[in-house]
Design a protein around this ligand. Structure first.
Ligand code: ATP
Length: 416
């Protein structure tokens, strides 16, 4: 293996046997006692990738796609059925919370056992013990059995050991989801320090922003293969779009499974949905809404600073005088981030055909990462609604910068 490479995964496949049900009742259990039928479930199918020394990479993908399985094979907790995994250097892994801890032993004793698993001898552990206990902030509890610890305390101890064993490769699975915000921030700072020292890091996380903040590269696993491997800012939008479409398909499928309602029920449901999120005299109606990127492609996620176009399809049922179109953007905690309309923008004397489209082009959408909803309205110049549609659509913003607040303000620094 090339000396600049820390991890080399070559055509790795992994299949699990899933045993089929032997029944739940005593009768079924006895009858099917010898049933050995199982199904082979292929999780990874000839995946290959390599990680250079000092690189930090994120593994992403939907639930059950094989991220943890990949990490377990990197740490040699599990072996591939086919293919090879080669690594160079000492590995430290935070994979299953509390794995490697003995519940009846104290925190202190577990530090020795855990650090020994990572390859340290007694003197090396002695030299690091105070540092580990201090980082874990568990001084008061360190001589209590770990079965008395909360999951947050487990995580503190596990993290404190894993980052203090001078590993060359650190593997972390969703571990930072546990623990309070201040400890998480401390862990992140420590990870940055470790990364700066040249440690190779592989993280599995559902938090894309954690990966964006921290990793140089993201690998997206889909249907047993690597779907994309590249900079987080290139991979994540595609992944989010794919996930957005999946969710929409599932919602449509669920809707088609709902038993047909009677006409009265349908009218009632439509009416209550309308009452709640849509109002106006409907003389002019919004008939569709799409969010488009610079190529005119429909998207549900946008990068901070990217072009975003709101396309509003309309129909005019009765001639309307001096209509206006407005938008309102809300963050998912309800905060209104922006609102405007054609009147505010001095676009007067608009005339609408029977049907058509209105476009609002946002050249430089500087909203910061988060989930947003969009309200749309067709209304008279003085604000009387023809059709006001609350939560007309949703979108997500992402970024690889870490600004705080709602919007990135255009700015420059000058130091004198
Ligand atoms: N030891 C095992 N025996 C049988 N099936 C397993 C085993 N370990 C994992 N699997 C199955 O393999 C698939 C991939 O699991 P894995 O934990 O790697 O997914 P993941 O991408 O980490 O998912 P998540 O995001 O939900 O944690 C799942 O369908 C899981 O049920």
């Amino acid at each position: 293996m090339n000396k600049d490479i820390a991890i080399q995964v070559n055509k790795v496949s992994k299949t699990f046997k899933v045993y089929l049900d032997k029944g739940t009742s005593l009768k079924e259990k006895l009858l099917f006692k010898h049933r050995r039928s199982y199904e082979e479930r292929s999780v990874l199918n000839e995946i290959s990738f390599s990680v250079r020394k000092g690189e930090a990479i994120g593994l992403i993908g939907q639930n059950g796609c094989g991220k943890s399985t990949t990490l377990k094979m990197l740490s040699k907790i599990m072996y591939p059925d086919k293919g090879t995994v080669e690594t160079q250097g000492r590995i430290s892994a935070l994979i299953e919370l509390g794995a490697g801890f003995h519940p009846d032993m104290s925190g202190r004793e577990n530090i020795y056992i855990n650090a020994a698993i990572f390859g340290l001898n007694k003197q090396e552990i002695d030299a690091r013990l105070d540092r580990i206990i201090e980082f874990s902030e568990l001084e008061e509890y360190i001589d209590n059995p770990v079965r008395t610890y909360s999951s947050g305390m487990y995580m503190r101890l596990a993290f404190a050991v894993a980052i203090n064993v001078d590993a060359d490769i650190l593997l972390i699975d969703e571990i930072l989801a546990v623990g309070d915000a201040s400890f998480q921030a401390k862990c992140f700072n420590k990870l940055r320090e470790i990364k700066a020292k040249g440690t190779t890091i592989v993280i599995v996380s559902h938090s894309l922003s954690q990966i964006e903040q921290f990793c140089n590269r993201s690998i997206w696993i889909l249907n047993g293969k690597i779907k994309q491997d590249g900079k987080p800012r290139d991979v994540h939008p595609q992944y989010l779009d794919y996930m957005g479409k999946q969710t929409a398909d599932e919602e449509r499928k669920e809707e088609s499974l709902v038993p047909a309602a009677s006409t009265d029920e349908l009218m009632d449901t439509e009416k209550s949905a309308k009452d709640e999120n849509r109002w106006g005299n409907q003389e002019a109606q919004i008939t569709g809404i799409r969010l488009l990127d610079t190529n005119g492609e429909e998207k549900t996620s946008f990068r901070t600073g990217e072009f975003m176009e709101i396309e509003v399809a309309y129909r005019v049922n009765k001639p309307v005088k001096n209509p206006a179109c407005g938008i309102g953007i809300f963050r998912n905690d309800g905060l209104q981030c922006y609102g405007t309309n054609t009147g505010i923008d001095h676009l007067n004397n608009i005339s609408l055909s029977e049907t058509g489209y209105i476009y609002c082009k946002i050249e430089n959408n500087q909203l910061l990462p988060g989930e947003y909803t969009l309200d749309l309205a067709l209304h008279t110049e003085d604000g009387f609604a023809y059709d006001y549609w609350r939560f007309a659509t949703k979108f997500r913003m992402y970024s690889d910068t870490q600004d705080i607040g709602t919007t990135r303000l255009s700015h420059v620094w000058e130091i004198q």
